[in-house]
Write a protein that binds this ligand. Structure first.
Ligand SMILES: C[S@@+](CC[C@H](N)C(=O)[O-])C[C@H]1O[C@@H](n2cnc3c(N)ncnc32)[C@H](O)[C@@H]1O
Length: 259
């Protein structure tokens, strides 16, 4: 998510005049610190602190409140409303689907608010990853292994190093698998209260805007427009990578040598 903060999130949050932001999954808090450059916001950080002790890191900052714990526990007990959520925690269907369900059912997002998600494209758009598989009810956990992911291939591979340190679902696709599938399943049940699109860049940014009356903010429309060009390029690259892998990797190597 931090890749998008300067280029997209800060201008978007500022233009919308959002004041209360909830960041789910903050890792070492680098993105949180960048977000604080917007003077007018406060940030609630939800994270079990698997990567670092955020309580030490945020100790002296009055604009950050740390809710240490799993997102589904925290979202089930807090009652503050937020204008904006950044969801980049546990990247699996069960967690993301239920994060959305809780935010919606418990009225945690304001009208006109926006939820951003990271990793809605490959590799986790259609494949679960589990930080702590034992925290997810067994019936929602796909078979998983600590093995690498290969673009365009469903099975994991012992030869790939891509995210090989995580518990990745053994197969890509199918029901209840991946971050984007979770968002789509939530949207099927939410009868027109939300507008959604993906920006296909840096593993994908999902943008979900709450507008019960159908009005979308100018910032949402602008970003939607911008996504069309970015997404067309991504789709062309995808065709080249999957249908013409040899010329594609030759051109990539050539580009690296020249640049
Ligand atoms: C991909 S990192 C977040 C990266 C961060 N957003 C950034 O841009 O730098 C995922 C984070 O999610 C946290 N996490 C894992 N499971 C979680 C859960 N169930 N609820 C909330 N956060 C979770 C981990 O502690 C980790 O810090």
């Amino acid at each position: 998510m931090k890749y998008f903060i300067d280029s997209i999130l800060k201008p978007f949050i500022t233009e919308c005049g959002y004041q209360h932001v909830c960041e789910i999954g903050a890792s070492e808090g680098q993105g949180t610190h960048k977000l604080l450059e917007i003077d007018s916001i406060d940030i609630a950080v939800v994270d079990p602190c698997l990567d670092t002790d955020l309580s030490q890191k945020f100790r002296d900052n009055k604009r950050i409140s740390l809710c240490q714990g799993l997102s589904l526990d925290v979202l089930g007990r807090i009652s503050n409303q937020f204008d904006c959520f950044l969801i980049d925690g546990d990247h699996n269907w069960y967690t993301v689907y239920n994060e959305l369900r809780l935010i919606d059912e418990r009225g945690l997002i304001t009208e006109g608010g926006t939820i951003f998600f990271h990793d809605v494209c490959w590799p986790y758009g259609r494949r679960d990853m589990y930080y702590q598989p034992e925290q997810i009810p067994k019936e929602f956990v796909h078979p998983y292994e600590k093995q690498g992911i290969v673009y365009g291939q469903s099975e994991l591979s012992s030869r790939s190093k891509v995210n090989a340190e995580y518990y990745n679902a053994v197969y890509e696709g199918g029901p209840r698998n991946g971050v984007l599938t979770a968002i789509e399943d939530f949207l099927k049940e939410s009868v027109g209260q939300y507008r959604f699109f993906c920006l296909k860049k840096e593993f994908g940014l999902g943008v979900l805007h709450k507008s019960t009356g159908g009005n979308r903010t100018a910032a949402f429309n602008k970003l939607l427009q911008r996504s069309k060009y970015t997404n067309a390029l991504y789709d062309m690259k995808d065709v080249a990578k999957t249908r013409l892998p040899v010329p594609y990797s030759f051109l990539r190597r050539l580009r690296r040598m020249i640049m």
